[in-house]
Design a binder for this molecule. Structure first.
Ligand code: IMP
Ligand code: MG
Length: 473
């Protein structure tokens, strides 16, 4: 008994020391995981962070576990030992046969026999979890529990401090961007990024997803692509996983010549794992994605007017008229509410409604945009009247990533309309991330930034009667 007390004392000493050693978050968590596993005589340990909606657990530090075991994908917090969410310690005596585990077969292949999981708490809230693995059956004593609770408390403080530091960084960055902006009074809950990103573009991408309130995980899973006998010889780890969209995203912002090899890997991944949905965003794609918000790598590129007309005024009018007729036919005998998001949609909406022959109302919304005043997407102008029980037709100028529309449709659906459809003038499919259903589409356009007929670049060009491609240097 005294010897295990001694071991635990030494363990806690080590944990407090590494916690205060100014290491990166990942290295601190790795060191804590190691100290816990060694003190408890376990094979491995990992530190898991819970997402703000209490759905997914992602690994932020580990010790003693094979790569495959670690990267088996996001853990569903409600399926995998859910009692830990309520602040309890979970003990699994025989992992391969336990129903509470999400991937028991992985435990078996790694010869893991018993598992102990303890919550990381901030006050009453669970913010993460410690998980320990053993190749032997492990009994769990009162003393073990006391040690585990103490280690978990220190670990939770480490996470909180990391969160605070990251928040300070973010504020510093956003103040540099918009100098006169007031400091936010409060730290947003669970803003912790469990990650040290490899590239600035990954930080930017994570910020963009945060803005649109789209959950993400950084490098949560590796896919073996090739074997050498029993050993994995080639592996691919996509940068992001977006659980709500069930999509992996790989950003290739490195040298263009490396893209070919990455393309090959992605192709192989798609062949070997046909159920996996993966998107490759090249540096160019990504720059375009950001430049639409008037900043990012290409945000300051010199713009020299419209380079090429894509659709003339006459072509647009003809298409809008036929859309209006189709809509009137589809909704015959009903009345609709047409809703537009300001300001890009104004030309399209005012032309479209003049070709609608059924009774209708219009309403407008406005939302905050990435890179502006707000930290997350917000409705800055809401509807004038209720849409509950109404047939709603959401009208958009252009659907690009789909993130705006995804957000707005969720908002509208929560008001229980009788039906909800989408009509967009332009559809730029190559850059779609959120898969939203479009019922009426004017034109499918190539992957180019367009202006005119209501669409702007940094507020200008809306007054052009035609739609053109912006000429960028
Ligand atoms: P999404 O959320 O990425 O689908 O972006 C949709 C919004 O971005 C649109 O409603 C437009 O306001 C804006 N946008 C996207 N692409 C363009 C473009 O090529 N020109 C002008 N605005 C654009
Ligand atoms: Mg818009």
């Amino acid at each position: 008994m005294t010897t295990s007390r001694g071991r635990y004392y030494a363990g806690l000493q080590l944990i407090t020391a590494v916690s205060n050693a100014n290491l990166s978050l990942r290295r601190t968590c790795n060191a804590i995981a190691k100290a816990i596993a060694k003190s408890m005589g376990m094979t491995g340990c990992r530190v898991l962070l819970l997402n703000p909606k209490n759905e997914y657990l992602t690994t932020i530090g580990s010790f003693g576990l094979s790569d495959l075991y670690l990267r088996k994908g996001p853990l569903d917090a409600r399926k995998s030992l859910p009692e830990v969410l309520d602040g309890r310690i979970a003990v699994v005596a025989h992992a391969p046969s336990d129903e509470r585990l999400q991937h028991p077969e992985v435990a078996e292949s790694q010869q893991v026999v018993s598992i102990v999981a303890a919550p990381l708490m901030r006050g009453q809230d669970t913010i993460g979890q410690l998980r320990m693995y053993s190749r032997e059956t492990h009994s769990f004593s009162r003393l073990d529990e006391e040690f585990l609770r103490a280690a978990a408390n220190i670990c939770a403080v480490v996470l909180e401090r990391a969160e605070l530091l990251q928040f300070k960084e973010r504020v510093k960055r956003s103040c540099a961007k918009t100098p006169r902006r007031a400091l936010p009074a409060q730290m947003p809950v669970s803003s912790l990024k469990p990650t040290e990103f490899a590239h600035e573009s990954e930080v930017e991408f994570a910020n963009l997803l945060d803005f649109y309130q789209i959950e993400w995980l950084y490098e949560p899973r590796s896919f073996p692509l090739g074997w050498n006998g029993d050993e994995v010889s080639q592996m691919f780890t996509p940068d992001f996983y977006l659980p709500e969209l069930d999509m992996y995203v790989e950003l290739t912002t490195m040298k263009q010549d490396l893209i070919t090899s990455k393309n090959r890997k992605v192709r192989k991944l798609r062949e070997m794992y046909p159920d996996i949905n993966i998107r490759l965003l090249t540096r160019k794609d990504f720059a375009r994605l950001l430049s639409k918000y008037g900043y990012g790598p290409m945000g300051d590129a010199r713009v020299e007017g419209v380079g090429r007309i894509l659709y003339s005024h006459v072509q647009i009018q003809r298409r809008v008229r036929s859309l209006g007729r189709r809509i009137s036919k589809d909704y015959v005998g009903q009345r609709i509410v047409m809703i537009g998001v300001l300001k890009g949609v104004m030309c399209f909406m005012s032309d479209l409604m003049r070709h609608i022959s059924i009774p209708m109302r219009v309403d407008y919304m406005d939302i905050s945009h990435y890179g502006g005043e707000e930290d997350v997407v917000k409705i800055t102008r809401d509807l004038d009247s209720s849409i509950s029980g109404e047939h709603v037709l959401m009208v958009e100028d252009i659907v690009d990533t789909g993130m705006t529309l995804n957000y707005i449709l969720a908002h509208l659906a929560s008001h229980r309309p009788a039906s909800l459809r989408v009509c967009t003038l332009l559809d730029r499919k190559p850059r779609r991330l959120a898969n939203v259903k479009l019922d009426y589409v004017g034109f499918e356009i190539p992957d180019e930034f367009v202006v005119g007929y209501g669409l702007d670049y940094k507020g200008e060009y809306r007054n052009l009667p035609s739609i053109g491609i912006l000429h960028q240097e």
